[in-house]
Design a protein around this ligand. Structure first.
Ligand code: M6R
Length: 609
């Protein structure tokens, strides 16, 4: 999703702005631009497509100046063209913006009546014109921004610079994240950005705006105001972003690097929740009485939602606690009834997903205890939660989530054991058994990753398909959903997942000899039922790819390929089954030559509704 940076420095800022934007590339974007002020003049360069096109422009037409703002745009209003790329300008005011201005049409009509001519199709341009009109009416830059903010509806973050002011930048946050970086004596300067990763090359001293805040920066500091324009202090903390390695290592794509990191990051996450010596789970830091909890409401989007679905199976079956799981974009709009004394759990890699954050606020207003499973500890969702259960996956750069997903499953599995213990449905012997099964997971995934070549071969046939069907039962159903999502996201092949038993209620009509059907079927208590569904597929000519620890003969029908899984306890099967569906999607996409790490139209962190 859009990325914002801003720098007031002591040396020319253009190349630093581009470097910071490169660190935001992972969020997904389709155009980019920067603006600086030099010798009293505002100048900008913008380009459609990847940052290298902007860099080429800057080579031909460099920008000078000690102050500037930059942006990577993920199109919402208007096509991804150079004209629509940020920064936008109006009479010496330049703005970069992340989010959506919901009432932009009304504002645009009013501004057009006042004679403002719009160059772009974006919602952002109204912000530049509104601020410019305030300045024209004699307001100070601070007053003009503050008054403009009062007219905007929606969730957004923005940064503004003003021609003639080379030591002034104003930023604001409503919904979308906004970090402020503080330089030091050795490296004087002030920085703003969509996240601390963007600011990491310059500083690790970072403060975060809270919702409704706006900030006025000069080269030596920042004054932060809340929505009532009362000056406030926001804690400056030491960001860990500088220590995070964000390169591909020896891998061709971040996604592949992240798939291969899974044994390590799952181990790291496990060691946070498990006392390996006693083989018991350790949630002593979590202040919530699960014994008296009436139910748990889980809310998330995309892959994190599928982790939540697996969590429902695990927590209900092993923890004995009723769980509801919802897609965050639907959740709050159906105005769900929340149990008195209940708890709500939010799952999010980025911790910034707009729908999840809005649902969290809804649950907070309904007096729910707020828990979150997040990968970015400094994120908005983490900061808004009563209790944070971190995944220790490290930065996930590939847009398609892989290691964050399996780390979410790891936390949910450990949590299910803790809940089962608290509610008296898991005794010590069972706890030890389940913990042992979890501790085996990293080794089993490493073993599975040695099968990569075989999965790569199978993916060649998938790349010929127009549609692919995924089937699974129990916890394998959400894994089938995740497999289909992965394939769609990065290969652009249409894929759908069904609970295997649902097949005969409609989707079976799709099956013919051109349809690859990926059946996720661990040899568990539901295996025989899945086998029956698989036979229904085979009888209609469907090409079955069988992902199972069972021998191929157990399928009882013709299969075109099998990905043989290692044996494991059914409790941890979803963690292992996630790996082949990730690899199938990855190699299919590589074979098709798509942009695996930054697939078209997608953003890593979805900060708009
Ligand atoms: O950062 P979040 O976990 O909240 O993101 C949720 C979804 O946007 C995300 O999982 C998305 O579906 C991924 N692209 C899946 O690979």
């Amino acid at each position: 999703m859009c990325g914002i940076v801003g720098i007031i420095g002591s040396s020319p800022v253009a190349s630093n702005l581009v470097d910071a934007l490169k660190r935001l590339e992972y969020r997904g974007y389709d155009s980019a631009g920067i603006a600086t002020i030099h010798d009293g003049h505002l100048m900008r360069r913008r380009a459609k497509g990847k940052l290298r096109f902007l860099e080429n422009k800057l080579k031909d037409e460099p920008l000078e100046g000690l102050i500037g703002i930059g942006h990577t745009r993920w199109a919402t209003h208007g096509k991804p063209t150079e004209v629509n790329a940020h920064p936008h300008v109006s009479e010496g005011v330049s703005v970069v913006h992340n989010g959506i201005i919901e009432n932009f049409k009304t504002l645009r009509v009013a501004l057009e009546k006042d004679g403002y001519v719009f160059e772009t199709e974006t919602d952002t341009e109204v912000i530049a014109h509104l601020i410019a009109s305030g300045l024209k009416a004699g307001q100070s830059p601070e007053d003009a921004v503050f008054f403009t903010l009062s007219q905007l509806e929606g969730a957004f973050a923005l940064a503004v610079i003003f021609e003639g002011h080379e030591d002034l930048m104003i930023g604001a946050r409503r919904g979308s994240p906004f970090a402020i970086g503080y330089g030091d004596e050795d490296e004087p300067g002030m920085y703003v950005g969509s996240d601390a990763i963007a600011l990491a090359p310059f500083t690790n001293r970072v403060a975060y705006l809270e919702d409704g805040d706006f900030v006025v920066l000069n080269g030596t500091g920042a004054k932060i105001y809340d929505q009532d324009r009362v000056e406030v202090q926001r804690k400056i903390s030491t960001s860990m972003a500088q220590t995070l390695v964000v390169d591909k290592g020896n891998h061709r794509h971040f996604m592949m690097k992240e798939i291969h990191e899974q044994p390590d990051v799952i181990s790291r996450t496990l060691s946070h929740y498990i006392d390996l010596a006693s083989e018991r789970v350790d949630f002593s830091a979590l202040d919530l009485d699960f014994k008296s909890l009436p139910r748990l409401t889980v809310t998330a989007c995309g892959t994190a939602f599928y982790a939540g679905l697996v969590g429902k199976y695990l927590i209900e079956k092993w923890g004995g606690l009723p769980v509801d799981v919802d897609i965050a974009s639907e959740f709050r709009y159906r105005e769900p009834l929340m149990a008195e004394g209940g708890a709500a759990l939010f799952i999010s890699q980025s911790g910034e997903t707009a729908d999840s954050l809005a649902s969290l606020k809804y649950c907070k207003a309904k007096n729910q205890k707020i828990l979150s499973i997040v990968n970015v500890s400094e994120s908005s969702i983490a900061r808004e939660s009563d209790e944070v259960l971190p995944t220790l996956a490290g930065p996930e750069i590939g847009v398609a989530s892989t290691k964050a997903f399996t780390c979410q499953l790891t936390v949910l599995a450990a949590l299910a054991i803790h809940i089962g213990k608290s509610r008296g449905v898991i005794d010590e012997a069972l706890e030890v058994k389940l913990v042992r099964s979890l501790v085996e997971v990293p080794r089993l995934i490493s073993e599975l990753l040695t099968e990569e070549k075989r999965i790569e071969e199978i993916s060649h046939s998938l790349s010929q398909a127009r549609d692919v069907l995924y089937l699974g039962r129990g916890t394998s159903f959400p894994i089938a959903l995740e497999g289909a999502l992965k394939l769609k996201e990065i290969s652009y092949i249409h894929a759908e997942a069904y609970a295997a038993g649902e097949l005969k209620h409609g989707p079976i009509a799709l099956i013919d000899e051109n349809m690859p059907v990926i059946v996720v079927a661990p040899e568990d208590e539901l295996f025989d039922k899945t086998v029956s569904n698989m036979q229904e597929v085979a009888a209609r000519g469907g090409k079955i790819i069988f992902i199972s620890d069972a021998e191929a003969e157990r399928a009882g029908c013709e299969i075109v390929d099998q990905i043989k899984m290692p044996k494991c306890h059914p409790f941890v099967a979803p963690l292992l089954l996630a790996i082949p569906v990730q690899l199938l999607a990855y190699y299919t996409a590589v074979h098709m030559g798509t942009d695996v790490d930054q697939p078209r139209n997608l953003a890593k962190s979805v900060t708009v509704e």
